[in-house]
Design a protein around this ligand. Structure first.
Ligand SMILES: Cc1cc2nc3c(=O)[nH]c(=O)nc-3n(C[C@H](O)[C@H](O)[C@H](O)COP(=O)(O)OP(=O)(O)OC[C@H]3O[C@@H](n4cnc5c(N)ncnc54)[C@H](O)[C@@H]3O)c2cc1C
Ligand code: FES
Length: 253
């Protein structure tokens, strides 16, 4: 692991933080890092976080406090050193043509600022379908808009966008314009829904898988998930981003 100084800390909403670390990481959108902000062995394991964004001499991650590891991380202050291993895993495929349809659920928004920036730099039209529990948990909307990303929002309580799940505005949009490549990051039921929708409309979909991780390096079997055709894959080395059909049977071949 390498040590990087925390140079910017933002509290974006209750329980959601964004950190900028000084140093060059050299990652790609969709890759992740293993992060450890505590000395010693308690908790034992580093935690996986997506690369949220990067430039030549800094990189960022965006996280939600879930348990002990992320709670300790949230207590770090500017000037503190954070241990980072990475970049790791397979990122999003960005070479295809046509519109890019990004689908985020909750903290699944984390890798999409970097992805949207790269796709826009390649001249792609980018749409973001973004669902959260409430309007307060819809993060960074102005930053996406300033990149020229078109937003379609959903909240569970109806406080912004469509009331319900993000799959609803996605399906409405595809009924009008059934083309593009889908990129999804969020809870597994949302990834399954996106895979089903991709099949229905005959579109390619890439999903960023959720898994508990111990080593991040393919050595512990902690992160395996079943493959659609049988057997297992390591999310940390073969993912986290995989073509949807590799894990969901209902995805387009
Ligand atoms: C490739 C990858 C990228 C990720 N990127 C981000 C990110 O950019 N921002 C972010 O906030 N989170 C991200 N996560 C999830 C993050 O790793 C977990 O929230 C974190 O490890 C929780 O650690 P903790 O010690 O705070 O909680 P723990 O005490 O370990 O767990 C608290 C709760 O969170 C659940 N949980 C823990 N890890 C995961 C997981 N991997 N998937 C689903 N549920 C989990 C546990 O079941 C438990 O209910 C990512 C996960 C993966 C695999
Ligand atoms: S986290 Fe150890 S094999 Fe993937």
């Amino acid at each position: 692991m390498r040590s990087f100084p925390l140079i910017e800390k933002e509290a974006l909403a209750p329980g959601f933080f964004r950190f900028r670390l000084r140093g060059s990481l050299g990652g790609r959108p969709g890759q992740f890092v293993m992060v450890k902000a505590w000395p010693g062995l308690d908790p034992l394991l580093a935690r996986p976080l997506s690369i949220h964004d990067q430039d030549e001499d800094s990189f960022r991650f965006l996280f939600q406090v879930r348990g002990r590891g992320t709670a300790i991380l949230a207590r770090q202050e500017v000037g503190d050193e954070i241990l980072v291993l990475g970049p790791l895993g397979q990122g999003f495929e960005t070479g295809s043509e046509g519109p890019a349809l990004l689908v985020a659920g909750g903290i699944g928004i984390a890798p999409f600022l970097f992805l949207a920036r790269e796709l826009r730099a390649r001249g792609r039209e980018v749409y973001l379908f973004y669902g959260a529990r409430t309007a307060a948990e819809l993060l960074l909307l102005e930053e996406f808009e300033s990149l020229g990303v078109r937003l379609h929002l959903a909240t569970e309580d109806g406080s912004a966008g469509v009331k319900g799940f993000v799959s609803e505005p996605l399906v409405s949009f595809l009924k009008e314009s059934p083309e593009g490549t889908l990129y999804a990051c969020g809870p597994t039921p949302m990834l399954q829904a996106v895979s089903r929708i991709a099949r229905e409309f005959g579109l390619r979909a890439y999903v960023s898988l959720e898994a508990r991780m111990a080593c991040g390096l393919g050595m512990c079997l902690g992160c395996t998930v079943p493959r659609a055709e049988g057997g297992f894959l390591h999310v940390c080395t073969e993912g986290p981003v995989v073509p949807a059909e590799r894990v969901f049977r209902e995805a387009p071949p």
